[in-house]
Write a protein that binds this ligand. Structure first.
Ligand SMILES: [Zn+2]
Length: 242
């Protein structure tokens, strides 16, 4: 049995930072750290030391915490070769289909473009975990902010083919607002209705809604349920105005 641990640190306004730990190799990987001293404090409280940072894309809320963490832990930083020079203190340029291995932690680099022109995601097959950055949210998807509808549709179509048990680690707590939009375009969907009620309850209890399984998203996320790029683009425009 794997004793790999994945933990979540809520940070900034509604961001999540993910920390993956291999106790045997004493490796700790931090994904997409925004600028928040809480991240280092929390990891240290757990008795861990960050050894590697992975970046999905160069937006400030995913990278501004890197310099302080590098100063504190002397960790290595990995990001897309397209974003090299934009990601602070980036040591290693990664490419789509690269497999990064740190201790027993193995991350496959996926093209997750659409939100930005070159966003990547990291997939851990051993944990059935997908660190999706801002490509996909529960019942939603990332705004087109440099990338195109075609890229985003292709990314989501590819993610749809992953095993249904895949846990999607998305980086913003937009779930409740996304449910409202999803219901406005797919109100008869009973799975969606049930999920919206569940999410309201979770948020009322102060629970976070990440991760979510791909299986549940396939039933409830209107952006994963689009059957054409045109429909996807239309839906994305509707959401921008919602
Ligand atoms: Zn972003």
């Amino acid at each position: 049995m794997s004793n790999i641990e994945i933990r979540i640190i809520p940070t900034l306004f509604d961001n999540y930072v993910f920390v993956v730990h291999d106790p045997k190799a004493n490796v700790t990987v931090c994904i997409d750290p925004g600028d928040d001293p809480m991240i280092a404090d929390t990891v240290k409280k757990w008795g861990w030391s960050i050894t590697h940072i992975l970046v999905t894309h160069a937006h400030y809320d995913h990278v501004d915490g890197i310099p302080d963490l590098v100063d504190e832990f002397n960790c290595e930083v990995y990001g897309s070769h397209h974003d090299y020079g934009v990601i602070p203190r980036c040591d290693f340029r990664v490419h789509v289909d690269d497999v990064l291995q740190f201790g027993s932690l193995k991350f496959k680099v996926l093209d997750a473009s659409g939100h930005t022109a070159h966003q990547i995601a990291y997939y851990m097959e051993s944990e059935a975990a997908l660190f999706a950055g801002d490509a996909l949210f529960s019942m939603g998807c990332g705004r087109l902010n440099g990338g195109t509808a075609a890229q985003s549709y292709r990314t989501l179509t590819k993610i749809s083919t992953f095993p249904k048990v895949t846990k999607i680690y998305f980086t913003h707590e937009y779930t409740q607002a996304n449910a409202k939009f999803a219901l406005s375009v797919d109100g008869d969907n009973e799975d969606l209705q049930a999920r919206a009620v569940e999410v309201d309850q979770m948020r009322k209890n102060g629970e976070i809604t990440v991760p979510v399984t791909l299986g549940l998203e396939l039933k409830t996320n209107p952006f994963l349920r689009c059957n054409s790029e045109q429909n996807f683009a239309k839906l994305r425009r509707l959401k921008d105005k919602f």
